[in-house]
Design a binder for this molecule. Sequence first.
Ligand SMILES: [Cu+2]
Length: 320
Amino acid sequence: MKILQITTLLLFSSTVFAQVGTNGADRNEEGRPVKEYNLTIEENEMTLAGVTAKGMTINGSIPGSVLEFTEGDLAIINVTNKMDVETSVHWHGLILPNFYDGVPYLTTPPIKPGTTFQYRIPINQSGTYWYHSHTMLQEQSGVYGSIIIHPKEKTTEYDKDLVVVLSDWTNENPMNVLRNLKRGNEWYQVKKGTAVPLGRVIKEGAFGAQLKFWRDRMEGADIADIYYPAFLTNGKSLAEYPEFKTGEKVRLRFINASASTYYWMDFGGGNPMVVAGDGIDVEPVPKSRFLFGIAETYDVIVTIPEGTLEVTATAQDGSR
Ligand SMILES: [Cu+2]
């Protein structure tokens, strides 16, 4: 069995991405091929990686649909808001008319409950990008998805594509998370087991440092502020792709759609070559370990070995 296995470690869950209503044949007045997608955002209770929370889904899933285009297309994206709060979609990394940038009250009107907003974006670039809500803390609740844009002429040799969206998932109301952070208490450190009892601080002779931390309102272990009960790879704790064959070159399009998590990416083989960063082609560079920041994208071509290739994403604070 040759399996490409990507894991953020934890239990299990459902839903990958689904593509919707595409239309490759039509052309607009300028002669651009028109590619149209319909995205519906609604509130759904979701169990992801064994953790159930009130989520916000796109076409019923987290992450939302993969939007696939070719450079030169006209993207028409109809976003319907079936929630009882307003929403928005920002197209992260796309070069587009300002009016469609999706920042509510700044560039684009918010999408009111029960309405549909149509985005019309001429696609003038290629690469791996993503989209997310730009309203309140909706991104943490699940309003994000991926964008793939193929170049007019192929710039890189590979056999297949796979989008890999990483994200963090909490069963807390994101507003409560923010409130806890603003209070500057140690709630999440206690949950992670990184809070140090005062007795030990004094015993180690670190009381002065602790006083300074308190004065600065800093937590003791501050690599990551929030405790997450789950991290997701395409909506799962363990995502497996048995469809790839030994010797195939697969372009993994990694997107860090987390609200608050950096990951260490580790490749257990496959001669990983980084070929793009944030959508832009780079001189291919071999890398089997790198730190993956929030909102970044990296394209990595791997060669499927005999057996299983495992890629691991570990939260920077080591919590999962
Ligand atoms: Cu963004």
